[in-house]
Design a protein around this ligand. Structure first.
Ligand code: CTP
Ligand code: MG
Length: 227
């Protein structure tokens, strides 16, 4: 059954899903790889659609799979599917261009974080609604972190207490995200990095373990156990 997005939802979610999934190994684009019988993208969109704030979802799909992805997601939730770009940043920009007027809060959420709980979508959205121009979910870093030189010799130990691992969804006032992308000169792995570059303060909220990014086969195995 297709989920109905909230008609009062004031949040648009962009879902970059056009990556190749090279680090996951052979088997096609990562967003379409199966986890307990369903593509990662289906898991991700189902959870986004379950967040009450969400009124619009735009997916950036591999360019040759736009129609297939639209057909795949139609039974899950009403979504707009656009062709992604050569980089994640290009895919986010393509999805942003397809957001209709009226959505002043925009979240960017990787399809690869397929098990992200709807609560995390809500908490990022509510921090933006509360007045922050850019918001990211973060977790403390648990490992000891060291800097090393090109030979692998330790240069020093980094103070872990001020480090955070960053997740998605990342949330923005729409004008902030648009400006950050317009000003982008080089490729960034996250959108908050672009906002930082134009001097926007980035607020943090607690992330969620379940929002882990599925990057390597080990992560897929963990996600399988979590489901
Ligand atoms: N992504 C995208 N367009 C690209 C590259 C990445 O939409 N040109 C998306 C991926 O589909 C993923 C998210 O950005 O949902 C985070 O990227 P990553 O985890 O690196 O996924 P892939 O690029 O697919 O994986 P890899 O780097 O191992 O090839
Ligand atoms: Mg990648």
């Amino acid at each position: 059954m297709t989920a109905h997005l909230s008609v009062r939802g004031d949040v648009a979610v962009l879902v970059p899903a056009a990556g190749l999934g090279v680090r996951l190994g052979p088997g096609g684009p990562k967003a379409l790889r199966l986890l307990r019988g369903e593509p990662l993208l289906v898991h991700a969109v189902r959870r986004i659609a379950a967040a009450p704030s969400v009124g619009c979802i735009v997916v950036a799909a591999p360019a040759d799979a736009v129609d297939d992805v639209a057909a795949l997601l139609a039974p899950i939730a009403p979504v707009t599917v656009v062709p992604g770009g050569a980089t994640r940043q290009g895919s986010v920009a393509a999805a942003l261009a397809a957001v209709p007027a009226g959505f002043d809060i925009v979240l960017v959420h990787d399809a690869a974080r397929a098990l992200t709980p709807p609560d995390l979508v809500e908490s990022v959205a509510s921090a933006v609604r509360g007045g922050h121009g850019a918001v990211i979910p973060v977790l403390p870093v648990v490992d000891t972190v060291k800097r090393v030189d090109s030979d692998g010799v330790v240069l020093g130990t980094v103070d872990r207490s001020e480090l955070r691992a960053v997740q998605t969804p990342q949330g923005f006032r729409r004008d902030v995200l648009a400006k950050a992308h317009e000003a982008a000169l080089d490729d960034h792995t996250d959108d908050a990095g672009l906002a930082e570059r134009i001097g926007i303060p980035v607020h943090t909220v607690p992330g969620a373990e379940a929002a882990l990014k599925i990057t390597r086969p080990f992560d897929l195995a963990i996600a399988h156990l979590l489901l």
